[in-house]
Design a binder for this molecule. Structure first.
Ligand code: SAH
Length: 342
């Protein structure tokens, strides 16, 4: 089994050795799960948030954010439009509110999407919630849930979050989601303030030990209106190496090539695929809201329409000799294996 020290060494690789690492990871991806890249339409349906994560641009203390919550009807329409061009899986993401009102709002959204598209894969990414809430959303039809641990180092977690955020609560949520039968995704920010390379190696081992099905991780990118606005962004090569090392550690999970990569470098998402990611999540948020969901500065806000955004993503995938798996919901092989053995 790979040790923390070995992982640190791999994360430090640059130049030719780094390219070799990425190639090896891609060979593992191709032989274990194939050359298919799954597409998820990302709907950032609300930026209302009750949390104060110190890195995040839509945290509750940022009063320069124009808050919005899309109507259930608008969300359903946006999913319909994306379905028509070939998406079969959707990530519904928002800030985090904990109230009966928010729970039933999300429940209605999921029910509305399921009513029109019963075979669609719905992933929710709406933060920490009670077991009861997770149960209601699952029963409405959500099968996947994304909740990043952000950092697996408890002390570091406390540095990244305002008082009141509890590492154990986050862990409890991840365990509950799994027990409730969700396909569970987690991940971390790479190069966040006060993080060490040993922390990142620990993150890989954490994701392995949690036996997650999906991972989304990307570089930290500062947002000027937050406590961490003055910190530098995470390093691209480090983020790419994290993807490659994770693939070597967990060959059959889904790994997303995230938008934050694209923020650091044009075509950064393609670099993520070349480091062995197998999922991309183009935004399908209606244009009038895109500019208000700014988790960090310089987040690319496209003025293209949904079909054009998809075309760009598909071309990017195909230019690498990979296949854009349109029309597929894209369950992670890891989840199917876990279910068969469990
Ligand atoms: N509220 C939900 C989902 C929205 S935030 C939740 O907390 O799970 C989605 C992800 O964006 C976070 O998990 C975090 O990893 C990432 N993010 C937030 N601010 C960021 C920043 N400044 N740089 C990079 N990633 C960031």
């Amino acid at each position: 089994m790979t040790s923390k020290k070995d992982i640190v060494e791999m994360l430090r690789l640059r130049g030719e050795a780094k390219q070799r690492l990425h190639r090896e990871a891609c060979e593992i991806r191709d032989s274990r799960i194939g050359k298919k890249v799954f597409l998820r339409g990302l709907v950032e349906f609300s930026n209302a948030c009750g949390r104060d994560c110190l890195y995040c641009g839509i945290n509750r203390s940022n009063d320069s954010v124009k808050r919005y919550s899309m109507s259930v009807q608008d969300i359903a329409a946006c999913v319909d439009e994306a379905y028509a061009v070939g998406y079969r899986s959707f990530v519904l993401q928002s800030g985090e509110l904990r109230s009966e009102e928010f729970t039933s709002y999300v429940e209605e959204i999921v029910s509305a999407v399921m009513a029109s598209h019963p075979s669609a894969g719905i992933t929710l990414s709406c933060g920490e919630q009670s077991d009861e809430t997770y149960i209601r959303w699952r029963d409405a039809g959500a099968k996947r849930y994304l909740l990043r641990i952000e950092t697996s180092n408890r002390r570091h977690y406390e540095i990244l979050h305002a008082k009141g955020a509890d590492f154990d609560d986050r862990l409890r949520c991840l365990v509950a989601l799994k027990e409730l039968g969700y396909q569970v995704g987690s991940g971390v920010m790479i190069g966040s303030p006060h993080q060490t390379i040993e922390d990142l190696a620990g993150d890989i081992l954490f994701l392995r030990d949690m036996d997650v099905d999906m991972v989304g991780m990307g570089p930290f990118v500062p947002h000027s209106n937050t406590a961490f606005g003055g910190f530098p962004a995470g390093e691209l090569d480090l983020a790419l190496n994290m993807i490659a090392v994770l693939r070597k550690t967990m060959p059959t999970i889904n790994i997303a090539s995230t938008t934050a990569l694209e923020t650091l470098k044009e075509k950064g998402r393609q670099l993520g695929l070349m480091a062995s990611a197998n999922v991309v999540m183009p935004t399908i948020t209606p244009e009038r809201f895109r500019g208000d969901y700014l988790l960090y500065d310089n987040k690319p806000v496209s003025s293209l329409d949904l079909a054009q955004i998809l075309n760009v993503a598909v071309e990017g995938i195909e230019s690498l000799g990979l296949e854009a798996a349109l029309g597929e919901s894209g369950d992670p092989l890891h989840f199917l294996e876990r279910k068969n053995h469990g």
